[in-house]
Design a protein. Structure first.
Length: 107
């Protein structure tokens, strides 16, 4: 299984952003999420979470903290992979949230 971001009821059905495989999430994301006590990011794995534009600043902050944690705690390859996925997710969500009514599900 994989964790991905999709737009609920999309105008553009091509919005699909891979976030992580479950195995990688459990091994590399989850320890940081737990240690940093990240709220929104903790729902990526289960049960998933619906996010709108008002959640975006908090999510960006959480993901920034996770990236800094990864630089210290993960191997170079794992860190690079996690940061690449986070950066792409933020970039794609930034574009999607130009439409005020968009709701993005991550899970």
């Amino acid at each position: 299984m994989s964790i991905a971001a999709i737009i609920i009821e999309p105008k553009d059905s091509r919005f699909y952003v891979p976030v992580s495989t479950e195995v990688f999430f459990e091994r590399c994301w989850l320890p940081g999420v737990k240690e940093l006590k990240l709220e929104l990011t903790s729902y990526f794995y289960s049960p998933g979470i619906d996010l709108n534009k008002k959640h975006f600043p908090k999510l960006i902050n959480e993901l920034s903290l996770l990236k800094e944690w990864a630089k210290i705690m993960l191997t170079e390859n794992d860190c690079s992979h996690l940061i690449g996925r986070v950066d792409r997710l933020v970039e794609e969500m930034n574009v999607a949230f130009k439409d005020e009514g968009v709701i993005i599900y991550i899970g």
